[in-house]
Design a protein around this ligand. Structure first.
Ligand code: ADP
Ligand code: MG
Length: 496
């Protein structure tokens, strides 16, 4: 038993080998209909300056916490370097030549012990001259944020009060989260950061603001584009540009046009800037496009079959109708007691509201978040969940990517992820990202896919299993408490 999410094909060896570089000509983007979640309405700034107090920089041994978990050793990342710069993987943060201020941020504030695999490989590539571009794919929850946050912090000049690093994210939640990480990690450096997302209150414009003087700006593309256009964000000193969730930032149904525009604006004033592209997913189409757009990059990739997280067990349940899906959530999932936090993914804001209402009427305490909410409410709901004041969050795909909450160990797909304009084709990338909200940095987790008893849902699940070469185990009867318990025990979330 226990063949849940087992990988079918044998994993290929993944030694880091230097191979020929790719990437040459540039192409113009193709434009199709847009689906954007992050940055629908766009104004306004929000001050979020980094703390610049500089305490004593000595790092006491006892302040170095034990790392909570060890990353699995078998995270098969394949490296392809461009040119002949030699890179040595950094097995310790000490190998990276970081300032004492940054070392203190890593050990004392972040409480990290050693770099994860993607950090060990990518950080030398990011920091070593000639500062080549980097396309980096690594598993969900494997610590990609630290790669680019540390990259930005170590490359900017704290004494120059001008924007030098820019990070673009698909949603306000992710921009805010990345700002928080940077403030924490950079606490002792004196480096300031500003978040560029639409104002909390819609319709309020922030275009009367002063020009940005913070060294790092992190935000969503609409606001960043506006700040550039209105000369609030100067590009003269910009030397590093990061795309988090880069495949979405460069997809035609994501933010490709905005991203290319921003890249071109920077290139015009500063042709030698460095671009970093990070994501857990790069499908072939996006990969091809990136290869034609970003010249001579170093590259890190993971094979599709190796992307599923071993620590997160996946299950599917066929439910006779919509009502029984709600019953599964109510009778099985909500009754599990204290097993951590749960995210229930739905397809639309209408489903979010419906499910929220149904569960609230049954007396359950749930909150929900989707892109049509007021920004202020959206921020508040997410913050409450992050502060563990709430346990169950119903969400559309606004938080499918990047959202990092270590206590989330259960993900429920109330609706399966399908592409918006494709007649119900699975959205493979979104599936993987949803699953990746559980099991952060090797933690245990479980995913329940609630399928309606029609060909469509069942086919979507089958296609997803085939695409990732994973077997998702079935809960045979939707109302068998016993089966859910067995599943959760197997996932390590319930005691024997
Ligand atoms: P992703 O690769 O999905 O972007 P994140 O960067 O959000 O992953 O990191 C996932 C979690 O792992 C975060 O909570 C982060 O604090 C933690 N983490 C990252 N790097 C380390 C490390 N070197 N040691 C311990 N925990 C880490
Ligand atoms: Mg991330």
């Amino acid at each position: 038993m226990a063949d849940t999410a087992e990988k079918v094909p044998a994993a290929e060896s993944s030694s880091s080998s230097a191979e020929a570089s790719i990437a040459v000509e540039k192409t113009e983007p193709t434009t199709t209909e847009k689906k954007k979640w992050g940055d629908v309405e766009d104004d306004d700034e929000e001050e979020a300056n980094a703390v610049s107090e500089l305490n004593s920089l000595s790092i006491k041994e006892e302040e170095k916490h034990e790392s909570v978990l060890e990353e699995p050793e078998d995270s098969n990342i394949k490296a392809v370097t461009s040119g002949d710069t030699p890179y040595t993987s950094a097995s310790r943060f000490e190998d990276l030549n970081l300032s004492p201020e940054l070392m203190k941020g890593l050990y004392v504030e972040m409480k990290f012990e050693k770099p994860s695999k993607i950090q060990a490989i990518s950080l030398p590539m990011i920091m070593t001259p000639p500062h080549k571009h980097l396309i980096a794919q690594a598993h969900n929850g494997s610590g990609k944020t630290t790669c680019f946050v540390l990259g930005m912090l170590s490359r900017v000049d704290p004494n120059l009060r001008e924007p030098q690093a820019l990070c673009i994210c698909p949603t306000r939640e992710l921009a805010n989260q990345n700002v928080e990480v940077l403030q924490k990690m950079g606490k002792f450096t004196g480096i300031a950061v500003e978040v560029a997302v639409p104002e909390r209150t819609r319709g309020v414009s922030n275009m009367r603001r002063d020009a940005v003087s913070a060294q790092v700006v992190i935000g969503t593309p609409g606001t960043i584009k506006k700040w550039i256009a209105f000369k609030k964000l100067g590009l003269n000193h910009l030397k590093i540009l990061v795309f988090d969730e880069a495949d979405q930032m460069l997809a035609t149904d994501g933010f490709r046009d905005d991203s290319l525009r921003i890249m071109k604006d920077i290139e015009r004033v500063n042709p030698t800037f460095q671009v970093l592209l990070f994501s857990a997913t790069f499908n072939e189409t996006v990969k091809d496009f990136v290869a034609r757009t970003v010249k001579d990059p170093n590259q890190l990739f993971v094979k599709r079959e190796d992307l599923a997280l071993d620590s997160v067990k996946q299950y599917k349940v066929v439910c006779p109708n919509e009502q029984t899906k709600i019953e599964v959530i109510k009778d099985q999932i909500m009754e599990l007691g204290d097993i951590g936090q749960t995210i229930i993914f739905v397809r639309t804001k209408v489903s979010a509201n419906k499910l929220h209402k149904a569960l609230a009427e049954m007396g359950y305490d749930v909150t929900s978040v989707h892109g049509s909410m007021e920004n202020e409410d959206r921020d508040k709901i997410v913050k409450e969940f992050k502060d563990c004041l709430t346990q169950v969050l119903i969400a559309t795909d606004v938080i499918a990517r990047g959202f990092d909450q270590q206590r989330v160990n259960l993900v429920v797909n109330y609706n399966m992820p399908t592409k918006h304009d494709s007649g119900g084709e699975p959205d493979y990338e979104v599936y993987l990202h949803r699953v990746g909200r559980a099991g952060r940095f090797g933690r245990k987790g479980a995913v329940f896919n609630l399928l309606l008893d029609d060909r469509r849902d069942i086919e979507v699940m089958e296609k997803i299993e085939k695409y990732f070469g994973a077997h998702v185990k079935e809960i045979k009867s939707w109302n068998s408490e016993e089966e859910y318990k067995i599943a959760l025990k197997e996932a390590g979330l319930l005691d024997e």
